[in-house]
Design a protein around this ligand. Structure first.
Ligand code: SF4
Length: 668
């Protein structure tokens, strides 16, 4: 036979905290303690406290001057605090932090002019307390119909903002339906999901336990509504008995069952649960089990000392828009504010965790007074992430991260939940004028420095880019050879050539290699950013210098000339310059021919510019081509009718065309 105890059995943290406070006060105040209403719906606890001198009053006016009054976990309205102060009564506030939070919302929103609607039971002390913190118009609704009715009335005065909160034990399904429907009809309502999950969780676990066991024992006050609810849900799945103390076990047929589940209401103290478990073990004559359960239960109640910086594990119990609640196995409520979940402003708590997740956390603040432990996930992640950062530093590994902030002197990159500082000089291999352009970008970087004491790391994107560049260069030099063709981008121009990026390595095209014609500046042929086809003309691996060829053989004007022209052809040429012995004229770009002075006309020419002008186009005949010397001779005279071609010299000696050419070559 085995006994299975529900993890959520017994006090929720809010009740546990309140009861603990009363016991502590009872011990220190020598019995002058009064609770404002019964601290808990459990007759055994109330009786026990009464034996210790703790009384129950229903209003502050019933307290004596020497009394310390305890406000129970349900909380009270502002008027009760006012009365306690006015009467100068000492008091201790055991309001559950989750309830206090509702008080704060209601107070602040009503001060801002919002109409307050509370979803809950209008007679419940918690709801009365919540209403007592509103300074304006306030309504309590018990279901969706009442809510819609209330909103319809409020709509008659347009422009009013409405805040809707819920009693911590309000039915979750009702709440969801209310929110869904109201959202469709109204835009002026702000919802705060203030339902506490402790009750829901206890019921869900009880159902699970009941469906897996042959018998269920529910421990708790017979008048306690949440204990009665537990019995009701369990009895749908297994025979269920509700008992207040261990003594009632003897009337039950527990020996007839093999697997027995045990749970307890929110107002059942731990010692009663322990007594029941021990008695059941004895009855089942299973000493070993008893020891085990006793130990198990002790362990479950053990509250490890919490301190700032302590690392703990927590189970997510609630995911709200601005925070999550976690069970860290302590008596205090664990709260992780949204900005302690992550550094990423775009992520909401629901994007990061879901109910039931086990997460690693670090304690930021323990507030025993309020029964709350504030925790951080992101700092815990950062601690673990910092180990990865250290490892990357030791191994010179490349990390990636997203730029989250621009700070003085550089940027912060979030990587492995840790913010790494990258100085401005290290954000790129080029100067970055405006660091804001890097925001939200993913970057790869190496760690240059780690400060373990301060958990700080300094990184460099530049180091990664340089390493990549070096690897590319090495690869290039491994494969490069003279004659190899590349496609590259023109990176810069100088007066003597153009530098081309061949993929991590720059080569230079000398100005004379850019074109077959004369070029005054490289920009006449290429511009920065042009993608060009080049080939390696020469290289020096030691000095890592590469000379590139650009102009193509098929564009060589002598090749074109050889292909398209021959002696005897008549061409239209443009006069480009004069010399003492003739005029040079362009036949095609890159090929100038000489019209010797004797070939200009059929008479002696004294001054060439009397006949020709620079830029003038004339007809001429190709009379000689010397490809080796790269010379072309032209003649205008040869185009005259044959009888007019002879030159009449002053001494009346007449030369033939061939003779004059010989003369011209001698003169040259
Ligand atoms: S709000 Fe939740 S934790 Fe607080 S007393 Fe109520 S049930 Fe318990």
């Amino acid at each position: 036979m085995r006994i299975h105890l529900a993890k959520s059995a017994g006090f929720c943290f809010g009740v546990n905290r309140a009861v603990d406070m009363v016991y502590e006060l009872a011990a220190s105040c020598k019995g002058r303690v009064k609770t404002l209403g019964p601290i808990i719906h459990n007759p055994q606890v109330v009786e026990d406290l009464s034996r210790k001198g703790v009384g129950i009053i229903s209003s502050p006016s019933e307290a004596d001057k020497q009394d310390t009054v305890v406000i129970r976990s349900h909380g009270v309205g502002q008027e009760v605090y006012g009365e306690l102060s006015r009467l100068a009564v000492n008091y201790v506030d055991a309001t559950c932090p989750f309830v206090s939070k509702i008080h704060k919302i209601v107070r602040e929103r009503s001060q801002n002019g919002d109409v307050i609607i509370v979803a809950g039971d209008k007679n419940h002390p918690e709801v009365l307390g919540i209403v007592g913190h509103s300074v304006g118009e306030t309504y309590v609704i018990k279901d969706e119909a009442e809510l819609l009715d209330c909103l319809e009335k409020l709509e008659q005065i347009p422009g009013r903002s409405i805040t809707l909160v819920a009693q911590t034990t309000f039915n979750t399904n009702f709440w969801k339906k209310c929110v869904e429907n109201v959202k469709k009809l109204y835009t002026n309502v702000t919802f705060f999901d203030t339902i506490c999950n402790a009750t829901n969780e206890r019921q869900s676990e009880a159902i699970e336990l009941a469906s897996e066991n042959d018998l269920m024992i529910v421990i708790g006050g017979k008048d306690s509504s949440n204990t009665k609810k537990l019995r009701e849900v369990c009895s749908r799945y297994a025979p269920t008995y509700l008992i207040e103390t261990k003594d009632e076990l003897f009337q039950l047929p527990i020996r007839d069952y093999q697997e027995i589940g045990v749970t307890a209401g929110a107002s059942t103290p731990a010692y009663i649960i322990k007594e029941v478990i021990s008695t059941m073990s004895e009855m089942l004559n299973n000493q070993e089990e008893e020891l085990d359960f006793a130990k198990l239960f002790e362990q479950s109640l053990e509250t490890e000392k919490l301190y700032n910086g302590k690392r703990v594990k927590g189970i997510v119990t609630t995911v709200a828009p601005n925070e999550i609640h976690v069970d860290i196995g302590a008596k205090q409520a664990g709260i992780v504010p949204a900005d302690e979940l992550t550094d990423s402003p775009d992520l909401k708590p629901a994007d990061i965790v879901k109910k039931g997740d086990e997460i690693d956390l670090v304690v930021l603040k323990v507030n025993d007074q309020e029964g709350v432990v504030t925790l951080s996930k992101k700092r815990c992640d950062a601690l673990a992430g910092f180990e990865d950062i250290k490892k990357a530093f030791e191994e010179d590994a490349v990390l990636t991260g997203v730029v989250t902030n621009v700070v003085k002197g550089g940027i912060l990159v979030l990587s492995n939940h840790t913010k790494v500082f990258i100085p401005a000089s290290q954000v790129s291999d080029k100067r970055v004028e405006d660091l804001n352009t890097l925001l939200k970008q993913e970057v790869s970087f190496k760690i240059l420095e780690v400060n373990e004491k301060r958990n700080r790391a300094l990184g460099s994107v530049r180091a990664v880019l340089n390493a990549e560049k070096k690897a590319k260069e090495d690869e290039f030099w491994k494969n490069v050879e003279i004659g190899k063709h590349y496609t590259g981008e023109v990176k810069s121009l100088t007066s003597y050539g153009a530098f081309v990026d061949l993929g991590g390595v720059d080569g230079m095209i000398h100005i004379t290699e850019l074109a077959w014609t004369k070029v005054k500046h490289p920009s006449e042929i290429v511009n920065v950013g042009d993608v060009v086809e080049v080939y390696v003309k020469d290289l020096d691996p030691e000095k890592r210098r590469i000379s590139l060829g650009y102009k193509k053989q098929e564009d060589n004007p002598w090749e074109i000339f050889k292909r398209d022209y021959q002696i005897g052809d008549v061409v239209t040429v443009k006069i480009v310059s004069f010399t003492n012995y003739g005029a040079f004229a362009t036949i095609i770009p890159g090929i100038d021919g000489l019209i010797h002075i004797s070939q200009i006309a059929n008479q002696r020419v004294e001054k060439i510019d009397d006949i020709l002008q620079i830029g003038q186009e004339v007809e001429a005949k190709i009379i000689d081509i010397n490809f080796d010397a790269k010379r072309v001779s032209l003649s205008m005279r040869a185009l005259l009718p044959e009888e007019d071609q002879k030159i009449v010299k002053e001494d009346d000696v007449v030369y033939s065309s061939e003779e004059t050419q010989e003369v011209s070559e001698t003169e040259e």
